[in-house]
Design a protein around this ligand. Structure first.
Ligand code: G1P
Length: 287
């Protein structure tokens, strides 16, 4: 079955970006002039996704509005002869259906994904976390969708290698190497200390599952941080079904942190010659 749906959890409070996130959803903070959520949605669309399901919460309405038409602004731009800008905003969301479901309480990533269940039904689906921007020739989630279709398994999890000292920031897998960059999962641990980490293979917020994941999401108890962890459902699933991890090609920006956000901004800006010069000159001037 072709993967057409993607779940993007956006209910988080974005505390690492306060005070901006007091009134603006973290996902709407832009890299240059493009909201981060738009970059993540574009990755999904490029991978053939036609339906995005946002798991959101109170105060996140501007995300849905962003992917809706704004006829008032369009006609203002038309009258002002700003045709390029008119087309730019008209096109946002034109190639994808956007649905949303509320996560009424912030009970963790596993709980957030489970909230999307009525809109997924029995189809396989992708999950993209908005704090990770994947940049590369082939969209990160497409690499996983391709592997999922090739392997006919229950799930494929994106992976990247991290220094052992950073394992406590991520879900970490234990797997059996099947081919270059491909592992069959035996276990998965959420945010282990370097001492307890079974490997240095971390999950960068890109996943593909069949709908069986919901069976396991229903079974998990509260885990790390008192939250229902997606990692725990994946671990349970891997014990009973075939779940693979695939190292993703491309660069990952951790835009959930200030450092990663700055790095992503510099990387995107440096693609424009004029902005690249501003970066080089500013570094000389201010550092
Ligand atoms: C979540 C997941 C974790 C994953 C990480 C990627 O954690 O629980 O397994 O490695 O995203 O960004 P969070 O960063 O939301 O705490």
């Amino acid at each position: 079955m072709k993967i057409k749906k993607a779940v993007i959890p956006v209910a988080g409070k974005g505390t690492r970006f306060l005070p901006a996130t007091k009134e603006i959803p973290k996902e709407m903070i832009p890299i240059l002039n493009t909201p981060m959520i738009s970059i993540v949605v574009e990755e999904a669309v490029k991978a053939g996704i036609t339906e995005i399901i946002f798991v959101n919460s109170r105060g996140k309405e501007s995300i849905e509005n962003y992917f809706d038409r704004n006829l008032h602004l369009e006609s203002f731009l038309k009258e002002a002869d700003k045709n390029d800008q008119e087309l730019l905003i008209k096109n946002i969301g034109s190639n994808v259906e956007v649905l949303s479901v509320r996560q009424k309480e912030q009970l963790g990533l596993g709980h957030a994904i489970n909230c999307a269940r009525p809109l997924i039904g029995n189809e396989p689906f992708a999950v993209l976390l908005g704090d990770d921007i994947m940049d590369g020739e082939v969209p990160g989630i497409k690499q996983l969708i391709d592997k999922y279709e090739e392997l006919s398994c229950s799930g494929v999890i994106g992976l990247f290698e991290v220094p052992k000292s950073e394992t406590s920031k991520y879900g970490i897998i234990e797997g059996e190497k099947k081919a270059e960059g491909l592992f069959k999962l035996n276990a998965m641990v959420e945010k282990p200390t370097p001492k307890d980490a079974p490997s240095n293979l971390a999950v960068p917020g890109r996943y593909v599952f069949d709908s069986e994941i919901f069976v396991f999401l229903d079974k998990i108890p509260r885990g790390v941080g008192g939250e229902y962890q997606l990692t725990d459902a994946i671990e349970m699933m891997a014990k009973e079904r075939d779940v693979y991890g695939a190292i993703l090609d491309g660069t990952r920006f951790d835009t959930g942190s200030m450092e990663g956000y700055l790095e992503a901004t510099i990387a995107y800006a440096s693609r424009d010659e004029k902005l690249k010069k501003v970066i080089v000159d500013s570094v000389k001037k201010y550092t």
